[in-house]
Design a protein around this ligand. Sequence first.
Ligand code: CUA
Length: 313
Amino acid sequence: MGRLFDFMLPEAKSPTAESTDALFHFINEVSLILLLGITISIIYFAIKYRRKSEDDVPPVITHNHALEITWSVIPLLVCLVVFAWGYSGWLNLKSVPDDAYEVKVTAMKWVWNFEYANGAISPRELHVPAGKPIKLVMKSRDVLHSFYVPEYRIKQDVLPNRYTYVWFNATEPGESHIFCTEYCGTDHSGMLAKVIVHEPEEFETWLQANGGGPSDDPVEHGESLISQNGCQACHSTDGSKGIGPSFKGLWDSNETLADGSTVKVDENYIRESILAPQEKIVKDFELVPMTSFQGILDDEQISAIIEYIKTLK
Ligand code: CUA
């Protein structure tokens, strides 16, 4: 009976998902039994006690204690079972195991960034070892977002100015989708990422290969900053039109601004566009304002981004 409603759910890839589904199936199956029981009784009684002749007068029944107690106590018991079951599931969701591996999550319009203890950063990909509890400590850089992995049955709002957390344990190596489930602006539906579950040794190898601070090469560093800060959500690097102007061919060009004047794209213009994007808005890109990266990117990082943009001819 437990598999009857399985078609309604995505694959379950964590113990939490399995226990959540068990309650879901219980509620669905009890509802189905009640629905069938009540419907069949109604039809049966309607036929059995239908009026058969003109002088058929039904008895007047005012109350029946045994019946009333039965139909009150049984639903009460079912509700208590659902409550207790749901409460213990909620406690499990909120109690992170002590040995959990911690990953920091930053949400921003419109990218998920994952940061590990050794300094490794992976935009749009959460790498984790299989069979180990993972704790995600999450914050938002701008508006409300929500972290959702259907296959783990976990969902948690991510807020600015405050940390929230969620945990899961992915039992098998593989991949699962991450969605944003709080409407957060133009590209909300494109705010996707993946959980990549490795074998534990494979995860260590990945972590070592990606740890250890930014690259010495400014162009490479600039490119990874562009990725970590979600710039490509709005600015393409291949010339295609996005929410903001493309980075390709941008350097040394003349941009026409919304007020009709033109500006030469040099170091100072790019710097100003990153720190005070509302100062010079490019024509045809007035609709979705960019947020300032003041306090997020420092001078050295902005210089690296400029070096990278220079290479996109
Ligand atoms: Cu982030 Cu919707």
